[in-house]
Design a protein around this ligand. Structure first.
Ligand code: SAJ
Length: 417
């Protein structure tokens, strides 16, 4: 733990990004106030606990809370640096919804003072940082706000996207390079000075709009590449070829790096962010839109194929995994969850679900008659197994324990397809 220093930092939103960020900044010696709209989250953090599962986060939060470096509240106070890390969902038409960001910005206005830095970290459509500035400017006419080419301002405003991978958040918060986009170069420099206090990776300054687009581009790039892998998996299936063999061998080429096919793409980032680009230029983005549709279509394909398999067999079927990816307890936009819901709605109590990260099934699944069991029970009682998530515990099941089972492995952890 670094010695305590004078900088006061407020982090708005104590979710998957905000809480780890607050804890890491607190460990660097700043005095951090975490803000959340949920009193239960505030109470949990103030008691030194965590409400999300992330490697090593519990010990870190407990440590910084005990040292008095991190506390949480539903009410914002004055600070030197404000970090906005609230959700940016999309609506039914895939239009981004930045209301939470703007509400957070308006919440900062009453306590804002000259010299402060406001940083947006939430994944946001291009132009949102300017909207944050406009929201603050409307409420604080006594302060001078930054506008491109408009000289020095009282307050610095910047966009600095988070880039951390769930499961590695605490490591990546420190080691990843950061891209810091200021509304003006001076804003970027002020934000840069803050990130240098706890980031070991390179910190590169740019404009707010470029930084906003960088974040969207990173996730859209991954989505397009996974869509390619998912499309290949359908073609390989049709040809009776093992797609995992194809990819492993193709990836031995020095300039080819195909990701893994799966039951679709989930989480609150890669399945969402590409739509922010599509929404801003629908006529220019057939590739990004198609990739989204290919990845969503893969989930429908898995539902249909698993459904046929279950229809053709008798007895109970184990669905392995509900999380959106391996070894996390996050179910947002999870393709595995979508598959499980569709199959449970059709086959009811024939469906048994193995998900080590939950103690009970979500009510909608339980209502179908589906049950939650552990992997050993599944191996003992279910003849048919559908692998939906590549959790380590599933990977660790040796071939002899699943010998004779009818397996549909959408993640390629046990062999074909
Ligand atoms: N997936 C595949 N095949 C693969 C890799 C992933 O089907 O080869 C699936 C996963 O199972 C999951 C989804 O894609 O359903 C997304 O998982 P992920 O591990 O690719 O990414 P996230 O959503 O956990 O985190 C991403 C990361 N972005 C990039 O890698 C470009 C992370 O660095 C970002 O910080 C995060 O989004 C975010 O917050 O935006």
């Amino acid at each position: 733990m670094a010695p305590k220093h004078q900088t006061k930092v407020a982090v708005l939103g104590l979710g998957y990004i905000g809480l780890p960020t607050a804890a890491v900044v607190a460990r660097s010696g700043a005095s951090v106030l975490g803000i959340d709209i949920h009193q239960s989250v505030v109470d949990t953090v103030n008691s030194g606990g965590v409400h999300i599962e992330e490697v090593d986060l519990d010990a870190l939060v407990q440590g910084v809370v005990q040292c008095g470096l991190l506390r949480a509240s539903v009410t914002l106070e004055a600070a030197d640096v404000f970090i906005i890390a609230v959700p940016t969902p999309f609506d039914d038409d895939h239009a981004p919804d930045v209301r939470h960001v703007l509400t957070a910005a308006r919440g900062i206005a009453p306590v804002l003072k000259a010299g402060d830095v406001v940083i947006l970290e939430s994944t946001s459509p291009v132009g949102t940082t300017d909207q944050v500035r406009d929201a603050l400017e409307a409420l604080r006419p006594d302060l001078k706000f930054p506008h491109a080419g408009n000289g020095a301002a009282d307050v610095a405003i910047a966009y600095c996207p988070e880039r951390v991978l769930p499961g590695r958040i605490l490591v990546e918060l420190i080691d990843n390079d950061r891209c810091i986009g200021g509304i003006t170069p001076r804003c970027a420099r002020k934000a840069l000075a803050f990130y240098r206090t706890f980031v070991r990776g390179a910190c590169i300054t740019t404009t707010a709009k470029v930084a906003e687009m960088v974040k969207l581009s990173e996730n859209a790039f991954r989505d397009v590449n996974i869509a390619f892998a998912n499309e290949l998996s359908l073609v390989a299936d049709k040809m009776g070829i093992d797609v995992w063999d194809v990819i492993a061998l193709a990836n031995r080429h020095p300039r080819v790096n195909i990701p893994s096919p799966g039951p679709g793409v989930g989480g609150h980032c890669i399945a969402v962010d590409p739509w922010f680009i599509v929404h801003s230029a629908p006529e220019l983005t057939p590739l990004i839109r198609t990739a989204r549709n290919v990845n969503d279509g893969k989930t429908d394909h898995v539902i249909a194929r698993a459904g046929k398999l279950i229809e053709a067999e008798a007895g109970r079927v184990a669905l392995l995994g509900l999380a959106f990816k391996a070894n996390v307890d996050d179910f947002r936009e999870s393709p595995a969850m979508k598959v499980a819901k569709a199959l449970a709605a059709k086959f009811g109590d024939r469906i048994a679900i193995v998900e080590p990260h939950i103690a009970e099934l979500p009510a909608s699944l339980a209502a179908t008659g589906a049950t939650l069991i552990d992997i050993d029970t599944a191996l003992a009682e279910c003849e048919t197994m559908v692998v939906l998530v590549d959790h380590d515990i599933f990977k660790s099941v040796p071939a002899d324990e699943r010998a004779g089972k009818i397996v549909y492995d959408t993640r390629g952890i046990w062999g074909a397809n």
